[in-house]
Each structure stands twice: as C-alpha cells, then as structure tokens.
Design a protein around this ligand. Structure first.
Ligand SMILES: Cc1ncc(COP(=O)(O)O)c(C=O)c1O
Length: 397
C-alpha cells in the first residue's frame, strides 16, 4: 500500500491551530540570551519544592492507595472539602458537592465548550481576552462576540446591547488581574455586570487564576457572589503552588456541574489523584498560608522593577496599566505605533513580548499595544529588557 500522508488527514480544527500566528511569533523566545517578557510562566523559584517533598510522604502515609487508585471524576473529597474554606475566604460560599476538580483550569475551558458550543453559537468575551480560552473554544467552531471594555472591565451597557441582538451561549471573562491587561473589575462594576447576567440568565465563566497574587489593596468579591445561579467560578493551583501538578477547580450551578462532570469522564476519567492530595494537604497543613507571602514578595519586587523601568525609559506618549497584582502589564503606544513590526526588531536586540493584536478575536485591533510579563525574569533583567525595548521603540515612532 502507498505510504499514507497523515498530514492530509488532519481535521479542520487542527489545521487552524497549527496556523496560529502567535505560535509562530513565540518560536524565537528560547533563543540564547533572549530576555523574554512574553510568556506567562510562574517563576520556578516560587515552587515550594521542600514543602512538596514533605507533603508527598505525608500523602502516602495518610491516604495510602487513595493517592494511586482511580478516583471519582469530580475529584477527591479531601481536596474538595479543603477548598470550601479557601473559597469562603474569597467570599464564595459553597459546599464540597458544588466544587469540581479539573486537570488545570485550561481543561475546564475545553469542557465548557464541549458541553455547550454548537458550530456558529455566540460566545461573549472581553476585548482583549485570554487567548488560551479562545484557543480552547475554537475547535467547537463558535462565533465570538467581543464586549467593549474600559479600565474596569466589560461595559454592562455593551453586554446588554449585544445580548439583545444575539443569543449568546455563555460569557467568558477574567475578573481580576486579567490576562493580558492586568486590569481588575471593580466591585461596583461586578454588581452592574451581575445585574445584566441575571436579567438574561446568561451562563458566565469567571476565570480567576491570579486573584491570590495581590501585592497591594483589597480584593473585590468575585462576580460569582453577585450572580451565583448563572456564574461558574474557576481557579487553579498553577500560580500559588505549581502549574506542573495540573490542578484546577471550579464552583458551578448544579446542572452545569453535572454536565461538566459527564464530559470530563469521557476525556480523562479524573484528575491526577496524587496531585489532588498534595494540593489538599497544601491547604490543610497551613503551608499555603505560609508560602503565599513568599511568592508575593518575589513578584511584587519584579512588578515594581518593571514599572520603575517603564517610567524611566519609555517615551512619554506611551501609557501602561499599574495592576495591584497578577503577572502582566499592558502597554499602549500612540496610534501610529506598530507592535508587531517592532517585535521583530526587539527580538534582534534579544527582548520579547506579546503584541497586543493577538489577544483580540477580531482582527485589526490592538496594533499599538503589547503585553509584558514580569514574574519569570529577575529585576536586573527586567530593567535591562525595558531599556533595550525603549531604544527599539524610539526608533519606531
Ligand atoms: C486567564 C487564564 N486562565 C487559565 C489559564 C490556565 O491555567 P491552568 O494552569 O490552571 O490550566 C491561564 C494560564 O496562564 C490563564 O492566564
């Protein structure tokens, strides 16, 4: 038989993923000497490896075969129970039955799409939005409806207007220290958005991976608190423990919980049991409470270094967000600034960032913007990178 060309057998969805321009642009960030402000990785020095070593043997002693056997799809009870008080401190009141464990919050984004999206269904997202969510939803072939935003997140009036025009399956947003802008929706805005969500009984996914990484100020209550019957609250251990353990969790309205669970069962049966119990004990032993301030101390200094360097080196007609936490700063240049063109010149000077246009679902937006990550590079390197970047930018405006 003639050799089969498997490339030709690829599904349309896979062809689309392969062509993603952002994959192409980020190919260069691992070049030697590159200071990459492009990624969104936690700093490896924040991983509590000593604590994990201790918890690993504790888990084996305390739970025995539970850590290694197949488990329930919705997650192991010790973790779901430990999360009740973790969530309560954030303002989310729930019982363990409504908490599900997923293999990273990214898995939930696939599951929610799998359960709800038919081709051509409308999904509402922020402009700009977390591109990983768009990538997770896209294989199910939805149409994206961008909701206008300002400094406080989506505009309730625009959400309402779009909901009147189109039948939307669900709304996806990152409410605190958003990826990519770093922006946080104020509590007042959350209440206004919740009002619209309730009026239209709109299923809403509130993705909150960064809320615990707060360096200043006070946390607003989650959006979920103001519309609990419509809103899924989604979070993760990736930024407060380790992304490699792949533990995400969600609180969902009963019917949604059931559907997600059915979908998850067919995908991976359940999330890694050993990781789940490590995460449970991280909360139960108090190690999380002791360790979080150490992560915050590292990131707060890096964020300060980036803001100081931007102030010192960047041209005056550039502005940027000053988030009270999270991992990202969003920069906006003058109208004529082209962040994609500048990107390739920056790469030659060994600095990388992500051009802003890649975070919009509709083409032609964000040309003069870009995202900077400050968590995975030392303060000295951040300062050096911003200096180099400013020199490249000055040649381009
Ligand atoms: C907004 C947002 N949601 C979800 C994820 C995925 O996180 P996880 O490691 O829990 O899958 C990320 C990762 O960077 C993110 O920025």
């Amino acid at each position: 038989m003639k050799n089969q060309n498997f490339n030709q057998l690829r599904s349309k969805a896979v062809r689309k993923i392969e062509k993603s321009a952002i994959v192409e642009i980020l190919r260069v960030i691992n070049q030697p000497g590159m200071i990459s402000l492009a990624g969104g990785l936690p700093a490896p020095e924040t991983f509590p490896t000593k604590i994990i070593e201790k918890l690993a043997s504790l888990v084996i002693k305390k739970y025995g075969s539970l850590a290694f056997q197949y488990g329930p799809t919705e997650g192991l009870k010790p973790l779901r129970e430990a999360l009740v008080s973790f969530l309560k401190e954030k303002g989310v009141e729930t019982t363990f039955e409504n908490i599900g464990i997923v293999s990273g919050s990214q898995q939930f984004l696939d599951l929610i799409a799998r359960v709800f999206i038919n081709p051509s269904d409308y999904i509402a997202v922020e402009a700009p939005t977390y591109i990983g969510a768009v990538d997770a939803f896209s294989p199910y072939q939805p149409k994206f409806l961008e909701i206008k935003t300002d400094k406080e997140g989506i505009l309730p009036s625009d959400l309402e207007k779009k909901l009147k025009q189109k039948k939307v399956k669900f709304l996806y947003l990152v409410s605190t220290f958003q990826n990519p802008t770093g922006r946080t929706m104020s509590e007042k805005r959350r209440k206004e958005v919740a009002k619209v969500i309730k009026k239209f009984n709109l299923l809403t996914i509130e993705d909150d991976p960064y809320g615990s990484l707060r360096y200043f100020g006070k946390s607003p209550l989650p959006l979920q608190v103001f519309a609990p019957k419509q809103t899924v609250y989604l979070s993760t251990f990736s930024k407060i423990l380790s992304p490699g353990l792949r533990i995400g969790f969600y609180v969902a309205p009963k019917e949604v919980f059931r559907l997600i669970n059915i979908a998850k069962q067919t995908v991976d049966l359940h999330t890694n049991s050993f990781s789940q119990l490590i995460a449970a004990e991280y909360l139960l032993t108090g190690d999380f409470k002791n360790h979080l301030p150490k992560i915050i101390e590292i990131y707060k200094k890096r964020q300060e270094a980036m803001l100081e360097a931007l102030e010192k080196y960047f041209p005056k007609d550039f502005s940027w967000t000053k988030p009270e936490g999270g991992m990202f700063i969003w920069v906006e240049g003058p109208k004529n600034f082209d962040s994609v063109k500048t990107y390739w010149q920056a790469v030659e000077k060994k600095v990388a960032y992500v051009p802003g246009c890649y975070f919009f679902v509709k083409q032609g937006q964000g040309k003069n913007t870009f995202r900077l990550n400050f968590t995975n590079v030392s303060e000295e390197k951040i300062s050096e990178a911003i200096k180099r970047l400013s020199e490249v930018i000055k040649k381009n405006i």
